[in-house]
Design a binder for this molecule. Structure first.
Ligand code: OFO
Length: 169
């Protein structure tokens, strides 16, 4: 059994994960509009992974016999200023997600809910990967520039990404 405070923060996190999916879909649509289909595919896969993150929380709440309470999603940004702006915004977003995962870890310790504290370790590790993925792309953009030749090559590279469903196990 998880208490109301833990249930509430986990439900909020489901909303944040689904909002992340919305945001990355919005970024993917922007790239697609620009004819940058590799970037677009990368963002769509990122969005699918965010839905997986939300569903792992969803399944956990149900398994602990608590109530899933889905909340309304905010609309994501739809206007961006090019490739670097998008990846910078995505990285900033991931940092806010890392803060909210840290807040869940702290709360579960305060509430002596060590099972949920253990569960949330997966997200703490995942956030290291998530921040690193975006930072690496930003580093490449900074190193090689965002002119059309460099963007073309990066678009080809990012278009190779394959979707692997995020798994808690
Ligand atoms: Fe992008 O991260 Fe989910 O948790």
């Amino acid at each position: 059994m998880i208490n109301d405070k833990v249930k509430e923060i986990l439900n909020e996190q489901i909303n944040k994960e689904f909002y992340s999916a919305y945001l990355y879909l919005s970024m993917g649509a922007y790239f697609s509009d620009m004819g940058m289909y590799g970037f677009s595919k990368w963002m769509e896969i990122q969005a699918k992974e965010e839905i997986d993150h939300g569903m792992i929380l969803f399944d956990y709440i149900l398994k602990r016999k608590a109530k899933v309470e889905l909340k309304a999603l905010n609309a994501p940004d739809i206007s961006f200023e090019g490739v670097e702006d998008i990846f910078q915004k995505a990285y900033e977003h991931e940092k806010t997600i890392s803060c909210s995962i840290n807040a869940i870890a702290s709360l579960t310790e305060d509430e002596c809910d060590l099972a949920t504290r253990n569960f949330i370790d997966w997200y703490l590790k995942e956030q290291i990967e998530e921040e690193d993925n975006f930072l690496r792309i930003i580093s490449k953009i900074k190193a090689f520039g965002s002119d059309s030749a460099s963007s073309y090559l990066l678009d080809k590279e990012l278009g190779q990404r394959e979707y692997n469903p995020a798994s808690y196990e």
